[in-house]
Write a protein that binds this ligand. Sequence first.
Ligand SMILES: Cc1cc2nc3c(=O)[nH]c(=O)nc-3n(C[C@H](O)[C@H](O)[C@H](O)COP(=O)(O)O)c2cc1C
Length: 189
Amino acid sequence: MTDTANPVLQFMLTRRSRPAKLLRAPGPDRAALEPMLQAAARVPDHGKLEPWRFIVLEQPAGARVAGQIMEYARTRELEGEKPARAFIDSPVCVAVIASPKPSQKIPELEQTLSVGAVCLGLVNAALATGWGANWLTGWPAHDGALMTQILGLAPQEWVAGFIHIGTADTAPPDRPRPDMNAITDWVQT
Ligand SMILES: Cc1cc2nc3c(=O)[nH]c(=O)nc-3n(C[C@H](O)[C@H](O)[C@H](O)COP(=O)(O)O)c2cc1C
């Protein structure tokens, strides 16, 4: 019988991201962030390839990135203000970088699934320790040329998520959650 009062399960049943626009200083310092990164890197990783890495953007690096996004957007008639805003508002942003490794055995898709697990692990580690956190992407994350310019990514690398972390006073109202019966088939025979 599952102990539904188990605190880890209770956390997972009630976890809720905090929108980046609600995040403010202080954010976690390096000593606070290191165990979160360690927890996030403790994920299923077929073949032990470690197909991910972190780039921690503290302030004023976040503000510098925001400026680079806005400048890039301005010269291309893209909307830069909104995606840049989160890098200014949140005291810390961890760019989780997908860094696929050549492998005969492990398909790249499985490496991508592992990096998604890293992103969620980092959000959860932050939420569990009392921080607000939000996993964002937006067009800048998907613009390889911009990310290479800002983050110095290798050609095969890409941004799986910007995990913004900071202080949030309130949790937003919950969003609709899946109807478990609609997404679950129980097969017995
Ligand atoms: C890969 C990925 C990218 C996301 N990018 C954005 C984004 O750019 N903007 C946004 O508002 N939410 C984005 N989200 C959604 C939020 O991270 C999150 O799902 C939402 O705030 C609710 O989270 P919760 O279930 O933890 O409460 C993204 C989610 C994923 C998985």
